[in-house]
Design a protein around this ligand. Structure first.
Ligand code: FAD
Ligand code: FES
Length: 370
């Protein structure tokens, strides 16, 4: 075939596909153009006028109303619930099904990260969520706690303060870095003392290929500005008991550290046993600090457990998974509450043991880092 014929055919194809893509993008704009929508919150208490087309979660965040979210809108945490009284089809999306129970269905509870704003809406949102604020902070310090965990100390803007309950978490926003163009937000538990109102410390454990932890480990520098919102969550001290059993793995230590200081600084009478699970010695951190607390406060016992100590670790402490230590050292659930933080697998295994020993849903509290 003549080369010029082939060239003409390729050229025509390129023109046709160009025209098609312009038509698709125009039709998307026309079809998804919902215009300005009115959102009525809590029966007229707040009235918003917003551009339609985005998720309810992001639309509300744009109006500085921060609905809790741990997964950043991936429909895997189930935290972003709001009551949508008017403005969406009543049927749940398949992505919402696992998180909304029968009672919530009757009350029109939806996952705000899955519902799009396509018209006027009426919502019901818990009043306390309006206390959640956005903070633009200075990164004051970044310290390597282990080979894969960094502690980031953030200073709030001058004159700004935060009040949180020990155990709660913040949502931290990444920025574009390297080849990553996406901006995401993820949940990070506060590891600092709740008595400190002008700083926040977070622990970031690097997830290979993870967007937010990759940003913190590769791009974030001392002196940078960082964006976060919070505080969120119902993982905090109840304390209707004599003893607190605290259990963590990896960066799950963060909220437990804050809880331990809450008890100490407020002179609370509770005994505390903290079981901290790690693989090898190089996964342990804050060891000296917890050893010192144990010395100064006899009510506190620290029990680090290594699942796979290496010969050079010369480990003389508890060897085995944290579940082994729980089996051996906890007799029963009487007079105790349990506070757990870490990977879902570890938590599920520990919760099973605790329940076998008489702990109940009313005495077990946890945050799964999923
Ligand atoms: C309430 C709460 C509190 C949390 N507190 C902390 C904290 O204090 N410190 C901390 O480091 N993390 C914490 N997390 C986990 C954190 O929110 C992120 O999920 C995690 O840092 C990964 O984010 P990423 O953007 O780097 O990874 P993503 O880009 O979201 O994920 C990349 C890939 O890694 C997988 N993945 C995601 N998370 C994990 C994980 N934890 N382990 C293994 N694989 C994973 C994903 O499935 C995906 O395939 C908390 C989670 C919750 C729900
Ligand atoms: S934000 Fe996690 S399920 Fe909606």
């Amino acid at each position: 075939m003549d080369f010029s014929v082939i060239l003409r055919a390729v050229g025509s194809l390129a023109v046709i596909s160009g025209v098609l893509s312009v038509m698709i993008s125009i039709s998307e704009k026309v079809l998804n153009n919902y215009g300005i929508c009115e959102i009525d919150i809590n029966n007229g208490a707040r009235l918003l006028k917003v551009e339609g087309g985005s998720t309810l979660l992001n639309t509300l965040a744009g109006e500085k109303i921060f609905i809790p979210s741990a997964c950043g809108g991936k429909a895997t945490c189930g935290l972003c619930k709001v009551k949508v009284l008017e403005g969406t089809p009543s049927g749940l999306l398949p992505t919402e099904e696992p998180y909304i129970n029968q009672e919530e269905r009757k009350q029109n509870v939806r996952l705000s990260c899955q519902v799009k704003v396509k018209g006027n809406m009426k919502l019901e949102i818990e009043e306390e969520l309006f206390n959640i604020k956005e903070f633009i902070c200075d990164v004051e310090d970044i310290t390597d706690m282990t080979y894969d965990i960094k502690r980031v100390r953030l200073k709030l803007a001058p004159g700004e303060t935060i009040n949180f309950k020990a155990g709660q978490f913040m949502q931290f926003y990444s920025k574009p870095y390297g080849k990553v163009k996406e901006v995401v937000f993820r949940a990070y538990s506060i590891s600092s003392k709740s008595s400190e109102h002008d700083h926040i410390e977070l622990l970031f454990r690097l997830v290979p290929g993870g967007i937010c932890t990759g940003y913190v480990h590769q791009a974030l520098k001392v002196g940078d500005k960082a964006r976060m919102s919070g505080p969120y969550g119902d993982f905090y001290l109840r304390g209707n008991c004599e003893e607190l059993i605290m259990i963590a793995g990896g960066s799950g230590l963060a909220p437990i550290r804050s809880l331990v200081y809450e008890v100490i600084e407020n002179n609370l009478p509770h005994k505390m046993r903290f079981f901290f699970g790690a693989n090898t010695l190089k996964d342990l951190y804050y060891m000296e600090e917890f050893a010192q607390i144990q010395k100064d406060y006899p009510q506190f016992t620290f029990i680090p457990c290594l699942a796979f100590p290496e010969a050079e670790d010369e480990w003389t402490g508890v060897t085995g998974f944290v579940t082994v230590a729980l089996e051996q050292q906890i007799q029963n659930g009487e007079g105790k509450e349990a506070y757990l933080c870490g990977s879902p697998g570890m938590l599920d295994a520990c919760i099973k043991i605790l329940k076998d020993k008489g702990f109940t849903d009313q005495t077990i509290f946890y945050d799964k880092f999923s």
